[in-house]
Write a protein that binds this ligand. Structure first.
Ligand SMILES: [Zn+2]
Length: 302
């Protein structure tokens, strides 16, 4: 028995230094023009962490043009105060036209993760493996509709079922827009109710469930208010254009109103916070939250 335990200890020691890297390699790279047939995999060790999401703010630095990304503190609860959100809301509400235009750059983006069992994929190496899907608003809408929303009667629990009762998720990656404006779109993806027997035994299904990745490890480290302020002062505000005491312009109630149209964040709790430096923002499928916000503010769209 100790033999087995020692093997696991040895393996954990040899794989540790590359852990972060290997996690990234587990994230599925979706290519436009491709279709992926998969099933969602629950995280049975902690089912409430089957879906994990976080918010961040990203913009191009006023100082050096580099892409800056900082966690939005709303990741750790909607009641949390996020210095970046506060500046953004205040400037969109009472700022000059220039300040409003600039505040739009501080958009909040949501990144979601779920484990996938790869059934059919253009990359044959991935077939039969458990990969991580990183996704934005388009796929989130389709998945939420199937799991808890209007399609839950038809799909519901079956989206996680690897037996012949389960339903495949067909991720279709198309391109919308032309040239530099071209962006991937996932809007044609769907759950497919057509019966599909994957031919897996109970033991194989269990092994697949057991190999699901702990997605909470992909949530970036929380930053303190002071750290965030430092980044904003260095890379967002320039030439002393920072408004004085910006937070007093937005009350909590107003902020909650403004945020009323946001989807609640799926299960993620501060105690699951793990350090990882490897998160980069997805440049595709970002949230439509900015346009929602602008509607709230009755401002013209870009
Ligand atoms: Zn924020």
């Amino acid at each position: 028995m100790l033999d087995e335990i020692f093997k696991k200890i040895q393996a954990s020691q040899t794989t540790q230094p590359t852990q972060t890297k290997s996690k990234n390699e587990n994230i599925l790279q979706l290519e436009p023009g491709n279709t992926y047939i998969v099933r969602l995999v629950p995280f049975i060790k902690k089912p409430e962490s089957t879906f994990v999401s976080f918010h961040n703010h990203g913009w191009e630095s006023k100082k050096n043009g580099r892409y800056i990304s900082i966690p939005c503190l709303k990741t750790w609860g909607r009641g949390e105060k996020c210095p970046t959100c506060e500046i953004r809301f205040a400037e969109l509400k009472i700022g000059s036209d220039a300040a409003k235009a600039k505040a739009r750059l501080l958009r909040q983006k949501t990144t979601n993760y779920v484990n996938l069992y790869m059934i059919d994929t253009p990359n044959t190496d991935d077939k039969g493996k458990v990969k991580i899907l990183r996704y934005g608003a388009e796929l989130d809408k389709i998945i939420k509709a199937a799991v808890t929303g209007e399609d839950a009667d038809e799909f519901g629990m079956r989206v996680f079922d690897l037996s012949p009762d389960g339903v495949d998720f067909r991720i279709k990656v198309d391109t919308k827009g032309q040239g530099r404006e071209a962006m991937p779109t996932y809007a044609m993806s769907k759950f497919v109710s057509k019966k599909h027997d994957l031919g897996l035994s109970q033991a194989e299904i269990q092994a697949i469930y057991d190999s699901a990745h702990d997605l909470t490890a992909l949530v970036p480290e929380r930053k303190s208010d002071a750290e965030i302020e430092k980044v904003l002062n260095e890379h967002y505000f320039t030439n002393q254009d920072r408004p004085v005491a910006v937070t007093e312009y937005v009350s909590d109630e107003e902020e909650n109103d403004i945020r009323g149209s946001y989807n609640p964040s799926p299960a993620y709790h501060a105690e699951e916070e793990r350090e990882t430096k490897s998160i980069t923002t997805s440049t595709s499928n970002v949230d439509d939250t900015v346009s929602d916000l602008l509607k709230e503010f009755s401002l013209p769209e870009d």
